[in-house]
Design a protein around this ligand. Sequence first.
Ligand code: FAD
Length: 391
Amino acid sequence: HPRACWEDLLRIEEQLTEEERALQAALRRFAAGELAARVRELYRSETTPRELFLQFGGMGLLGATIQGWGCAGMNSVCAGLIGFELERVDSAFHTMVSSQSNLVMHAIHRFGSQAQKDRYLPRLAAGEAIGCFGLTEPDHGSDPSRLASTARPHGDGFVLSGRKTWISNAPIADLFVIWAKAGTPAMIRGFILERGMPGLSTAAITGKLGLRASATGDVVMDEVLVPPFQVLGDAAGMRGPLACINKARYGLCWGAMGAATAVWHEARGYVLQRRQFGRPLAANQLVQKKLADMQTEIALGLAAALQAGRLLDQGRLPAEAIAMLKRNACGKALDIARTARDMLGGNGMSDAYSVMRHMCNLEALNTYEGTSDVNALVLGHAQTGISAFSI
Ligand code: FAD
């Protein structure tokens, strides 16, 4: 019988190319070193340092799958590995990178003009500019198609009014990709706003109990005059924001497994050294079963993420597959983190360990980029032909 390492029974690592493995090794060194050293303080103080974006940019992690404009031009598996390794330390780091890359840069790259790409992408790729993506509103979350922000024609441009909420990176953002309704009948259009435009302001949401190292906020648009240059010409309807959300959802298939791997390893290490009733906790059948369940879900989740990445690069990954894997990865990782927290007993409540921090982060992952239930309804629609969420 061929022997394989207990950590990687399906030999996922062997299926990565040399280039993918090299990226993963470099990321792991960076994440386990610098990010891990800072994460507890950033989490405690709800701080998102701007200079981290410069570091991410310097490593080619921003807009990583884009070719040109200073981006690294990596494949989708590499993008997945970025999510996996960052979330292995803390999901907030991936939230920062994914919002910038999958939501903001992808929107500009896919739907923007040559002049818009030339103006915005190099600064976003370098991390000199921070971007955020405003779709969700106070009264429109799971159903963004009914969003209420408006774009009123004004000369060759538009005047934007409305409020976005729960927007990652918003409090520190320089650039804003905002979705609002224009024309009759009203159609969703994309707009690129820049900090400093009259009428545009942000407010931080403080007191989040998960993803505390990722800044989140409201974006308020009070009659913001948007010149024609800043309109995303090729995006019309929900197709625009959904294309970006799909990319971010794919990243979470890997990212959630990164967080799950971190808590699995922490729980395994803990039960091996912690002794109760005269022997290690790891000697108990109940404890070993928990570890086996974690291992199984993580191995299956990573095998699925890798298959998804390969299909994505071939242009053959259906959006429903991404919804299925995002929902599964986030839900399973959350279960794993709750179990791991329990296995550390009282110590699991302390931020001296990572289990509870990951658990709280995963609550947010389960909700954003389409909640677990909404992604289930996407699958239900695909197999029955009946939409349970639109009237
Ligand atoms: P609601 O839509 O009110 O849903 C509440 C509950 O009802 C959920 O359980 C949901 O599954 C359920 N539900 C809703 N409709 C149905 C239905 N038809 N059938 C059954 N159940 C249903 N948004 C952005 O635009 N940009 C960002 O950068 C961004 N970052 C975020 C960062 C964080 C930390 C968080 C928490 C959220 C972020 N979001 C962002 C917003 C996120 O996408 C929304 O929170 C999410 O889509 C859910 O919307 P909601 O909060 O309004 O919940």
